[in-house]
Design a protein around this ligand. Sequence first.
Ligand SMILES: [Fe+2]
Ligand SMILES: [Fe+2]
Length: 361
Amino acid sequence: MADIPETGRDEAAPGAVPDAAHGAALDAARALQARRFAGIDLSHPAAAALFTAGIGRLAALLAAEPRLFEKDAPAGTTSHKIGAPPKFIHEIVPPPPPDVFFKLQRVLADENTTNEDIAGIVSADPGLTGFLLRMVNSVYYGFPDKIDTVSRAVSLLGRREIFSHAAARAVSEVYRDMPPRRYLNMRRFWRHSLACGLFCRAASLAAGVGDPERYFVAGLLHDIGKPQLLLALPAASETAVEAARMENVHQSLAEQRLFGYDHGEVAGMVFAKWNFPEELTDAVSHHHHPERAQGSHKTAMVHAADFAVVALGISVDPRAHMPPFSPEAWETAGLGPEPLLELLNAVETHLDDFVAMFSAG
Ligand SMILES: [Fe+2]
Ligand SMILES: [Fe+2]
């Protein structure tokens, strides 16, 4: 591992930290960042830039939400052993998608159907209708005029984009109302997921590579295996989180060791059972080991987006170790430090609006 980079001016963070607390918060954040990045090669320009950029954000977060950094109550019975053997991944049964998604999948796959057929199915579902109209009227698209009918939204966006939005809505709806879990704050989970989705979409647009909406969905849903694992194997997945924390490694490594698969592969299994396109399934499955994705740009971008937003503390647990870092995937993603930080700034600018829009209805 390379030396920790000299930090200074570039640590400046959005978010106000009172002067008196500023120095102490920065010191604490710097120490935390060093711990989270343990084992990551900081001679890589993207890793070094993110290490530094994250310090100011972590300091602001420490000041704004100190509870996030408090130690959890002792777990009592927790050990690194799993009481019951975990299921094999193919034995995990995800919840069914909402009916409207099944209907839409069928209609979108049939070339003989019309935009009116699609609009008819969307309009019958108030939740999906509201979501689609909020999206199409948001800064995400930046259309100059207000779009107030589903038919108009469908003809403006086209089939592939309608599928992407319907998929995003369907999956988030299924996992939205999870019962509260000790180690999965769903508010922070969706904030992280949206940041990744927005980053992937913006990076696809900036590079002129791929379909931006598919990138958005891949980024948005890459960690859906986490809530699914907690539903299927509640005690064992909590053990994985605790083991990762105690050993200061990323959660995916603890899952791999304890279960033989990680939450990315669980997300891929959910996608496959829901008949999502293979490129999306691969991108979520391999986000923590992109070398398995045979040079896929989308997978590399999800891997990079995840690392980048976690580095800034936009994650379920800002104390947790950084995700694995693949220099080859960063090469494939083609993101140098400067465009990377610009993209992140753009994502942060609109993130709160998107979180509000996504959580509404
Ligand atoms: Fe992940
Ligand atoms: Fe993630």
